[in-house]
Design a protein around this ligand. Structure first.
Ligand code: ZN
Length: 294
């Protein structure tokens, strides 16, 4: 199942607006990684952000990779997106669940922690990759990305990310809104955008009963859609990527797999797909390595 992202302009072309629904995508991730609610909400928020950041990439080869390393129990968070709207991601500890006592909301900031780093790497198919890195602010993800944009890209941004999880761990609704002031923005645009922070505090429930277009139009009466894309949870792994992973092991380690384990079971971190290599396949791989080494 695919989700939809739209981007466009508002305030007479002085404000950039992105809206993405990631409900299906987040459900897919929840199932693949068997995540508990707060872990799901955390990964979902980062994936919504990645989908919006990636919406200006041109093709499958252009990629944005996000890594968050906080001091909370969830550990590392990895998400990447390519120009085809294919998003994938995982967290260090999928079995994390915290709620704030007062609001009952999923406590993403506690799961992630507020000490640590957020880094964004853009691979635009050029010789060099561009990496921007900032310190985490709250671990709630939205504020951390707003800070990233302000510091690393000098773009004043309002970021709203949310995910509602049901009692059976499935995702009810999730998505994100990114609003960015363009260089010619006026004082009135700033006031208008700042006033949106309050309605956007309940962003996750907006995706429960509104389309991405309805959300954009409810925020800005003059919203003008420029583009729309599909986004999907998709990993590009296959048996040959796993073969390359086997080749990063030492010869001794590979021999152990052949002689003691008589096969190998490899799991892709990104999508949790398991790949089996029989003893014969491992022996064949070893022959290939020897040929190559000669
Ligand atoms: Zn995979």
């Amino acid at each position: 199942m695919k989700n939809k992202l739209i981007r466009g302009l508002a305030c007479n072309g002085r404000v950039n607006v992105f809206v993405v629904d990631t409900t299906q995508l987040s459900n897919e991730a929840q199932k693949k990684h068997d995540m508990w609610p707060t872990a799901t909400a955390t990964l979902s928020r980062v994936m919504s952000m990645a989908a919006m950041m990636g919406s200006q990439l041109k093709n499958k080869k252009e990629k944005i990779s996000i890594q968050i390393q906080g001091n909370g129990e969830i550990g590392s968070i990895f998400v990447d997106v390519n120009g085809n709207g294919e998003v994938r991601g995982f967290v260090g500890n999928p079995h994390v669940h915290y709620q704030y006592n007062d609001t009952g909301k999923l406590a993403v900031g506690i799961a992630v922690g507020n000490q640590g780093m957020l880094s964004v790497t853009k691979d635009l198919g050029l010789k060099e990759k561009f990496t921007g890195q900032v310190a985490l602010q709250t671990g709630e993800i939205g504020e951390d990305f707003a800070y990233y944009y302000a510091v690393s890209e000098q773009i004043p941004s309002l970021v709203a990310l949310g995910c509602l999880v049901d009692t059976d761990n499935t995702v009810i609704s999730s998505g994100g809104v990114l609003i960015q002031l363009l260089p010619g923005a006026l004082e009135e645009d700033i006031v208008k955008c700042e006033a949106l922070a309050q309605p956007l505090a309940r962003v996750s429930s907006m995706f429960k009963n509104q389309t991405v277009e309805e959300i954009a139009n409810s925020l800005f009466s003059d919203f003008e859609k420029l583009a729309e894309h599909e986004v999907i949870f998709s990993c590009q792994c296959d048996k040959s990527t796993m073969k390359r992973a086997l080749l990063t092991l030492s010869k001794e380690e590979r021999n152990t797999l052949i002689e003691e384990d008589h096969g190998a079971e490899l799991t892709c971190h990104w999508c949790n797909t398991q790949y089996h290599f029989s003893e014969d396949e491992l022996i064949e791989l070893e022959r290939f390595v020897e040929q190559f080494a000669r």
